[in-house]
Ligand binder design. Structure first.
Ligand code: FES
Length: 172
């Protein structure tokens, strides 16, 4: 991975944008990667502007690698102001564009974000499981109390092949 990409990912991980459940979301999509077992859920809220229905906000939760979190962070920023039709045509590559080109081994991380987006927008995504807004949070789904003052920190081992997760306190 290039130094530039690594530093952009680190920056996004330090200060992820739009992280967390959205209580009043209009659409929710969840997807799991068959490649690595990581999961990502995205919430989307629409608003009307000049007669167009556009994305007002998008948020995410991830039980996944740092790259997926970084892509979700930049992607949820980019989605603001797009119509559902515009957003649903965005590829993983486009969603990850602010980070720069991803190495081949990390392309599926951006596709995880694309899958969650398509799932939320009702597109065809074989691995996606669409959920209702009353569904538990992603943390609930994986048995972690989302009300506790914790967030997920994901640690990549040297080979990038093994992903492990640990919880850290918000203020640590
Ligand atoms: Fe699986 Fe990044 S989403 S390694």
């Amino acid at each position: 991975m290039s130094d530039d990409l690594e530093s952009k990912i680190e920056e996004a991980i330090k200060n992820p944008r739009n992280l967390g459940e959205m209580k009043d979301a209009d659409a929710i999509g969840t997807v799991g990667s068959a490649d690595c077992g990581d999961m990502l859920r995205m919430w989307i809220k629409f608003k009307e502007e000049n007669g167009r229905k556009i994305i007002d906000r998008a948020t995410f939760q991830s039980f996944g690698c740092q790259t997926a979190i970084a892509v979700a962070s930049v992607a949820t920023e980019m989605l603001k102001g797009k119509t559902a039709a515009e957003a649903s045509t965005m590829s993983g590559e486009e969603l990850a564009a602010p980070l720069g080109p991803l190495p081949p081994v990390k392309i599926h991380c951006a596709q995880l974000v694309e899958g969650a987006l398509r799932s939320a927008l009702g597109g065809e995504e074989p691995q996606a499981a669409q959920t209702k807004s009353t569904s538990p949070t992603l943390l609930d789904s994986i048995g972690i109390d989302s009300k506790s003052q914790t967030k997920m920190k994901v640690v990549l081992r040297a080979t990038d092949a093994v992903v492990s997760a640990r919880r850290i306190h918000e203020h640590s």
